[in-house]
Design a protein around this ligand. Structure first.
Ligand SMILES: *Cc1c(COP(=O)(O)O)cnc(C)c1O
Length: 395
């Protein structure tokens, strides 16, 4: 490993240059280390490495050079001391909770979370005696009001899916710390290129590497970033024993993904901003949700909390479900799928897909109407994306 890097480098430089893995063969591009275990020269060396007295790889459930390079590079980009890579984004949320919480603890989080995270908090962790309060994403006072004496974690996603609502990370960090709790932020939508929650006071960052870090829709993975004690020791210790680890092959794909992340995020944001502006001018579009538009209620917060506005745009068409489905069904280029963070633009009708299984009442409360569509903007030419959407909007 080329250990030299300067934490003051920009995120593009860190993405390319931090923690370059290198073997004795002096390869320039990272090689992938596909081995489940490592051999020792003697019984004494095996004992020394197992006991931690001598550094070295043991077994790829918890130590692998390719996975370690990905962890070190992502930690550098987020400004964190330690990172543990996981099998998926959901494995990252689960691992963080099981490593750092215990029976009797309480979590406060927004109602606007990724669906599987809501399910994990509301239906699975509760089986182990961890309780949860869900609050309105944008209402910082509601977060504080929900804190109980046993609250140990505030968990936020910003911006949310699909309505791209923000929450003030520094304000939540302040609430968490005044009440002896931790703040974790799922930074999947923006990546460290556009937002660095640890620098705003968060204690932990969660990633689904499946999205922009891969960026081309190939591998599933995740990560937890934070300080050396909580992540480097406690989360790592849980991983060593419980094993929801990232495959070294996937770590190699994500490591290479980090090299182009800054340039891709810039292109994603430019396309999304252009699409949001174009949608705002369409007569059959009632409302566009994009933090980069001055009409977004939290545009100012987005400007100072983020260094770009992201690539997810939601919009409401006149005419409810029929009109929305017509836009979806008139596309020829955009993929009809709920995935995001891909080179390919995707479109989804949240009310009948990602949010289809919650009650109509809960959907209405979450602001997800029948005319709402979500586009995760990819890297195609903007003119081809607008032409593809224009067909269904002007019928
Ligand atoms: C996709 C996603 C996850 C879950 O990640 P997986 O890699 O699919 O397990 C968590 N949070 C957000 C915001 C996501 O978009």
């Amino acid at each position: 490993m080329n250990e030299f890097f300067d934490p003051e480098w920009g995120s593009a430089t860190l993405g390319v240059r931090a923690a370059e893995p290198r073997t004795g063969n002096r390869e320039h591009s990272a090689s992938v280390s596909l081995t489940s275990s490592y051999v020792f020269g003697s019984a004494a060396q095996a004992a020394a490495v197992f006991s931690g007295n001598e550094p070295g790889f043991i077994y790829s459930r918890f130590t692998n050079p390719t996975t370690e390079a990905f962890e070190k590079r992502l930690a550098a980009m987020e400004g964190g001391e330690s990172c543990v890579a996981t099998a998926s984004g959901m494995a990252a949320v689960m691992t963080m909770c099981l490593a750092l919480l215990k029976q009797g603890d309480h979590i406060v989080s927004s109602r606007g979370l990724f669906g599987s995270t809501i399910n994990l908090f509301g239906n699975i962790l509760t089986k182990f005696g961890i309780t949860i309060s869900f609050v309105d994403q944008t209402d910082v006072a509601a977060w504080e009001a929900a804190v109980q004496p046993n609250t140990k974690l505030l968990f936020a996603e910003t911006p949310t899916n699909p309505l791209v609502e923000l929450v003030d990370i520094a304000a939540l960090a302040d609430i968490a710390h005044r009440h002896g709790a931790l703040l974790a932020v799922d930074n999947c939508f923006l990546t460290p290129v556009l937002q660095q929650p640890l620098k705003l006071g968060a204690d932990l960052v969660i990633h689904s590497a499946t999205k922009y870090i891969d960026g081309q829709g190939r591998c599933v993975g995740g990560a937890i970033v934070g300080d050396a004690q909580r992540v480097g020791k406690n989360v790592f210790g849980f991983m060593r024993t419980a094993g929801p680890c990232m495959s070294p092959f996937n770590a190699w794909v994500f490591l290479k993904g980090l090299e182009t992340l800054a340039v891709r995020m810039k292109a994603h944001c430019e396309n999304a901003h252009g699409l949001a502006e174009w949608l705002s001018e369409q007569p059959t579009v009632a409302r566009v949700h994009y933090p980069g538009l001055v009409t977004h209620p939290q545009h100012e917060l987005a400007r100072h909390q983020q260094s770009g506005f992201g690539a997810v745009v939601a919009f409401e068409v006149e005419g409810g479900r029929d009109a929305a489905w017509r836009v979806v069904d008139s596309t020829r280029l955009i993929s009809i799928t709920a995935n995001l963070g891909d080179t390919r633009t995707t479109i989804t009708h949240p009310a009948t897909t990602t949010h289809g299984r919650i009650s109509a009442e809960a959907r209405a409360q979450a602001g997800i109407g029948e005319g709402l569509l979500r586009v995760a903007v990819g890297l195609e030419d903007l003119k081809d994306l607008t032409a593809d959407l224009a067909r269904g909007l002007t019928l």
